[in-house]
Design a protein around this ligand. Structure first.
Ligand code: PGA
Length: 264
Protein backbone atom coordinates (compact mmCIF):
# COMPACT_ATOMS: atom_id res chain seq x y z
CA UNK A 1 0.00 0.00 0.00
CA UNK A 2 1.67 3.24 -1.08
CA UNK A 3 0.56 6.34 0.69
CA UNK A 4 2.18 9.64 -0.31
CA UNK A 5 4.12 10.91 2.72
CA UNK A 6 2.83 14.27 3.90
CA UNK A 7 4.71 16.84 5.98
CA UNK A 8 2.45 19.69 7.09
CA UNK A 9 3.46 22.75 9.09
CA UNK A 10 0.99 24.33 11.49
CA UNK A 11 2.08 27.87 12.23
CA UNK A 12 -0.69 28.45 14.78
CA UNK A 13 -0.92 32.16 15.74
CA UNK A 14 2.50 32.98 14.33
CA UNK A 15 3.78 34.74 11.20
CA UNK A 16 2.23 37.85 9.70
CA UNK A 17 1.64 37.86 5.95
CA UNK A 18 5.02 39.60 5.60
CA UNK A 19 6.79 36.92 7.63
CA UNK A 20 4.97 34.24 5.63
CA UNK A 21 6.37 35.75 2.45
CA UNK A 22 9.88 35.63 3.91
CA UNK A 23 9.36 32.01 4.94
CA UNK A 24 8.30 31.15 1.38
CA UNK A 25 11.37 32.95 -0.02
CA UNK A 26 13.61 30.92 2.29
CA UNK A 27 11.91 27.64 1.37
CA UNK A 28 12.14 28.43 -2.35
CA UNK A 29 15.87 29.13 -2.05
CA UNK A 30 16.49 25.90 -0.18
CA UNK A 31 14.52 23.83 -2.69
CA UNK A 32 16.34 25.50 -5.60
CA UNK A 33 19.69 24.61 -4.01
CA UNK A 34 18.67 21.01 -3.22
CA UNK A 35 15.37 19.82 -4.70
CA UNK A 36 13.25 17.41 -2.69
CA UNK A 37 12.38 14.10 -4.35
CA UNK A 38 9.01 13.57 -5.99
CA UNK A 39 6.42 11.60 -4.12
CA UNK A 40 6.33 13.77 -1.00
CA UNK A 41 3.53 16.24 -0.21
CA UNK A 42 4.36 19.39 1.71
CA UNK A 43 1.74 21.61 3.28
CA UNK A 44 1.51 24.65 5.46
CA UNK A 45 -1.24 26.09 7.63
CA UNK A 46 -0.76 29.85 8.04
CA UNK A 47 -3.03 32.09 10.09
CA UNK A 48 -5.97 33.43 8.04
CA UNK A 49 -4.41 36.83 7.13
CA UNK A 50 -1.32 35.12 5.67
CA UNK A 51 -3.26 32.67 3.46
CA UNK A 52 -3.40 34.91 0.34
CA UNK A 53 0.34 35.60 0.56
CA UNK A 54 1.19 31.88 0.64
CA UNK A 55 -1.46 31.14 -2.01
CA UNK A 56 0.34 33.54 -4.35
CA UNK A 57 3.62 31.70 -3.78
CA UNK A 58 1.93 28.38 -4.50
CA UNK A 59 0.41 29.80 -7.71
CA UNK A 60 3.96 30.85 -8.66
CA UNK A 61 5.20 27.27 -8.24
CA UNK A 62 6.11 26.69 -4.59
CA UNK A 63 5.14 23.03 -4.01
CA UNK A 64 2.86 23.34 -0.99
CA UNK A 65 -0.70 22.39 -0.13
CA UNK A 66 -2.40 25.36 1.51
CA UNK A 67 -4.09 24.34 4.74
CA UNK A 68 -6.48 26.30 6.95
CA UNK A 69 -6.07 26.00 10.71
CA UNK A 70 -9.81 25.95 11.37
CA UNK A 71 -13.20 26.59 9.76
CA UNK A 72 -16.70 27.38 10.95
CA UNK A 73 -19.43 24.77 10.87
CA UNK A 74 -21.76 26.97 8.80
CA UNK A 75 -21.19 28.21 5.26
CA UNK A 76 -22.10 31.84 5.95
CA UNK A 77 -24.13 33.97 8.33
CA UNK A 78 -24.02 36.10 11.45
CA UNK A 79 -20.90 34.62 13.10
CA UNK A 80 -18.66 37.58 13.85
CA UNK A 81 -14.99 36.67 13.65
CA UNK A 82 -15.50 33.31 12.00
CA UNK A 83 -14.24 32.05 8.63
CA UNK A 84 -16.18 29.63 6.44
CA UNK A 85 -15.22 26.72 4.23
CA UNK A 86 -16.19 28.54 0.96
CA UNK A 87 -13.99 31.49 2.00
CA UNK A 88 -11.07 29.15 2.58
CA UNK A 89 -11.57 27.37 -0.74
CA UNK A 90 -11.80 30.71 -2.53
CA UNK A 91 -8.46 31.85 -1.13
CA UNK A 92 -6.79 28.62 -2.23
CA UNK A 93 -6.96 26.30 0.79
CA UNK A 94 -7.07 22.63 -0.12
CA UNK A 95 -7.28 21.21 3.41
CA UNK A 96 -8.39 22.22 6.87
CA UNK A 97 -7.12 21.17 10.30
CA UNK A 98 -10.01 20.18 12.56
CA UNK A 99 -10.01 19.04 16.16
CA UNK A 100 -6.57 20.33 17.08
CA UNK A 101 -6.05 19.90 20.82
CA UNK A 102 -5.63 23.68 21.20
CA UNK A 103 -9.09 24.18 19.65
CA UNK A 104 -10.46 21.48 21.95
CA UNK A 105 -8.79 22.74 25.15
CA UNK A 106 -8.51 26.51 24.74
CA UNK A 107 -11.61 27.13 22.64
CA UNK A 108 -13.79 24.39 24.12
CA UNK A 109 -14.51 22.54 20.88
CA UNK A 110 -16.37 19.30 21.49
CA UNK A 111 -16.35 16.13 19.41
CA UNK A 112 -19.90 17.03 18.33
CA UNK A 113 -18.81 20.43 17.01
CA UNK A 114 -15.78 18.90 15.32
CA UNK A 115 -18.04 16.32 13.65
CA UNK A 116 -20.31 19.09 12.39
CA UNK A 117 -17.37 21.08 11.02
CA UNK A 118 -15.94 17.96 9.43
CA UNK A 119 -19.24 17.29 7.67
CA UNK A 120 -19.35 20.85 6.34
CA UNK A 121 -15.76 20.56 5.14
CA UNK A 122 -16.15 17.23 3.32
CA UNK A 123 -19.54 18.15 1.82
CA UNK A 124 -17.95 21.26 0.33
CA UNK A 125 -14.70 19.78 -0.95
CA UNK A 126 -12.20 20.81 1.74
CA UNK A 127 -10.64 17.59 3.06
CA UNK A 128 -9.77 17.64 6.76
CA UNK A 129 -6.77 16.74 8.84
CA UNK A 130 -8.58 15.41 11.90
CA UNK A 131 -6.41 15.72 15.01
CA UNK A 132 -6.84 13.29 17.87
CA UNK A 133 -4.74 12.53 20.90
CA UNK A 134 -4.74 11.70 24.58
CA UNK A 135 -3.67 13.92 27.47
CA UNK A 136 -0.99 12.82 29.90
CA UNK A 137 -3.46 11.81 32.66
CA UNK A 138 -5.43 9.81 30.10
CA UNK A 139 -2.27 7.97 29.01
CA UNK A 140 -1.25 7.33 32.62
CA UNK A 141 -4.70 5.96 33.37
CA UNK A 142 -4.34 3.53 30.44
CA UNK A 143 -7.12 5.27 28.52
CA UNK A 144 -5.19 6.19 25.36
CA UNK A 145 -7.03 3.77 23.09
CA UNK A 146 -10.45 4.61 24.52
CA UNK A 147 -9.81 8.31 23.88
CA UNK A 148 -8.49 7.78 20.35
CA UNK A 149 -11.40 5.54 19.44
CA UNK A 150 -13.96 8.00 20.83
CA UNK A 151 -12.42 10.98 19.09
CA UNK A 152 -12.35 9.12 15.78
CA UNK A 153 -15.82 7.69 16.03
CA UNK A 154 -17.41 10.92 17.22
CA UNK A 155 -15.40 13.16 14.90
CA UNK A 156 -16.38 11.13 11.83
CA UNK A 157 -19.96 10.49 12.95
CA UNK A 158 -21.61 12.96 10.58
CA UNK A 159 -19.69 12.10 7.41
CA UNK A 160 -20.31 9.25 5.00
CA UNK A 161 -17.50 6.90 4.03
CA UNK A 162 -17.51 8.03 0.38
CA UNK A 163 -16.78 11.59 1.56
CA UNK A 164 -13.68 10.52 3.45
CA UNK A 165 -11.35 9.35 0.68
CA UNK A 166 -9.07 12.34 1.29
CA UNK A 167 -9.24 12.24 5.08
CA UNK A 168 -5.93 12.61 6.91
CA UNK A 169 -5.74 11.76 10.63
CA UNK A 170 -3.08 13.34 12.83
CA UNK A 171 -2.23 11.47 16.02
CA UNK A 172 -0.99 14.15 18.40
CA UNK A 173 -0.54 13.17 22.03
CA UNK A 174 -1.41 16.37 23.89
CA UNK A 175 1.51 15.92 26.30
CA UNK A 176 3.93 15.99 23.36
CA UNK A 177 2.66 19.20 21.76
CA UNK A 178 5.02 22.12 22.21
CA UNK A 179 6.77 20.39 25.12
CA UNK A 180 9.92 19.08 23.43
CA UNK A 181 8.87 15.59 24.59
CA UNK A 182 7.95 13.59 21.54
CA UNK A 183 6.35 10.18 21.83
CA UNK A 184 8.72 7.22 21.47
CA UNK A 185 8.70 5.16 18.26
CA UNK A 186 7.03 2.34 20.25
CA UNK A 187 4.25 4.63 21.48
CA UNK A 188 3.75 6.12 18.02
CA UNK A 189 3.77 2.75 16.33
CA UNK A 190 1.19 1.32 18.73
CA UNK A 191 -1.07 4.37 18.50
CA UNK A 192 -0.95 4.52 14.71
CA UNK A 193 -1.70 0.82 14.36
CA UNK A 194 -4.65 1.30 16.71
CA UNK A 195 -5.89 4.34 14.74
CA UNK A 196 -5.71 2.40 11.48
CA UNK A 197 -7.52 -0.60 12.96
CA UNK A 198 -10.20 1.72 14.34
CA UNK A 199 -10.59 3.44 10.97
CA UNK A 200 -10.98 -0.01 9.42
CA UNK A 201 -13.94 -0.56 11.72
CA UNK A 202 -15.58 2.73 10.73
CA UNK A 203 -14.80 2.70 7.00
CA UNK A 204 -14.35 -0.08 4.46
CA UNK A 205 -10.95 -1.62 5.34
CA UNK A 206 -9.50 -0.97 1.82
CA UNK A 207 -10.36 2.70 2.25
CA UNK A 208 -8.88 2.83 5.76
CA UNK A 209 -5.67 1.27 4.42
CA UNK A 210 -5.29 4.14 1.92
CA UNK A 211 -5.67 6.99 4.43
CA UNK A 212 -2.65 8.82 5.77
CA UNK A 213 -1.97 8.98 9.49
CA UNK A 214 0.45 11.69 10.58
CA UNK A 215 2.25 12.02 13.88
CA UNK A 216 2.44 15.39 15.63
CA UNK A 217 4.05 16.53 18.86
CA UNK A 218 7.54 18.04 19.16
CA UNK A 219 8.68 16.79 15.76
CA UNK A 220 12.15 18.19 15.04
CA UNK A 221 14.79 17.62 12.36
CA UNK A 222 16.64 15.43 14.88
CA UNK A 223 13.79 13.05 15.70
CA UNK A 224 11.82 12.90 12.45
CA UNK A 225 13.76 10.18 10.67
CA UNK A 226 13.30 7.28 13.10
CA UNK A 227 9.61 8.14 13.48
CA UNK A 228 9.12 8.39 9.70
CA UNK A 229 10.69 4.95 9.30
CA UNK A 230 7.69 3.43 11.04
CA UNK A 231 5.41 1.75 8.51
CA UNK A 232 2.25 3.33 9.93
CA UNK A 233 3.63 6.89 10.06
CA UNK A 234 2.74 8.66 6.82
CA UNK A 235 4.33 11.98 7.76
CA UNK A 236 4.03 14.73 10.31
CA UNK A 237 2.04 17.67 11.54
CA UNK A 238 4.74 20.03 12.75
CA UNK A 239 4.16 23.07 14.97
CA UNK A 240 7.17 24.90 16.40
CA UNK A 241 9.75 23.42 14.03
CA UNK A 242 7.71 24.53 10.99
CA UNK A 243 8.11 28.22 11.84
CA UNK A 244 11.57 28.28 10.25
CA UNK A 245 11.68 27.20 6.62
CA UNK A 246 15.06 25.54 7.26
CA UNK A 247 13.88 23.14 9.97
CA UNK A 248 10.62 22.44 8.12
CA UNK A 249 12.61 21.52 5.03
CA UNK A 250 15.00 19.35 7.08
CA UNK A 251 12.04 17.42 8.49
CA UNK A 252 10.66 16.97 4.97
CA UNK A 253 14.05 15.72 3.78
CA UNK A 254 14.38 13.32 6.72
CA UNK A 255 10.91 11.97 5.91
CA UNK A 256 11.81 11.47 2.25
CA UNK A 257 14.97 9.58 3.30
CA UNK A 258 13.12 7.43 5.81
CA UNK A 259 10.48 6.53 3.24
CA UNK A 260 13.18 5.61 0.71
CA UNK A 261 12.04 8.14 -1.91
CA UNK A 262 14.28 8.17 -4.93
CA UNK A 263 16.89 10.91 -4.82
CA UNK A 264 16.41 11.57 -1.10
P1 PGA B 1 4.66 21.07 18.05
O1 PGA B 1 3.11 21.22 17.66
O2 PGA B 1 5.34 20.48 16.84
O3 PGA B 1 5.11 22.48 18.34
O4 PGA B 1 4.73 20.18 19.23
C1 PGA B 1 2.46 20.20 16.95
C2 PGA B 1 1.03 20.58 16.69
O5 PGA B 1 0.40 21.24 17.53
O6 PGA B 1 0.47 20.22 15.62
Amino acid sequence: MTRVPFVAGNWKMNHTATAAGQWCDALRERLAAAPLPDGLELGVAPAFPALPRVAAEIAAGLPLTLIAQNAHRELSGAFTGAVSVPMLLDVGCRRVILGHSERREIFGETDALIARKLRTAVENGLPPILCIGETEPEREAGRTEVVLEQQLQRGLAEARAEQLDELVVAYEPVWAIGTGRHATPEQVSAAHAFVRATLAGILPPEQAARLRILYGGSVQPGNAEPLARLEEVDGFLVGGASLEAASFEEIARATARAKGLEGA
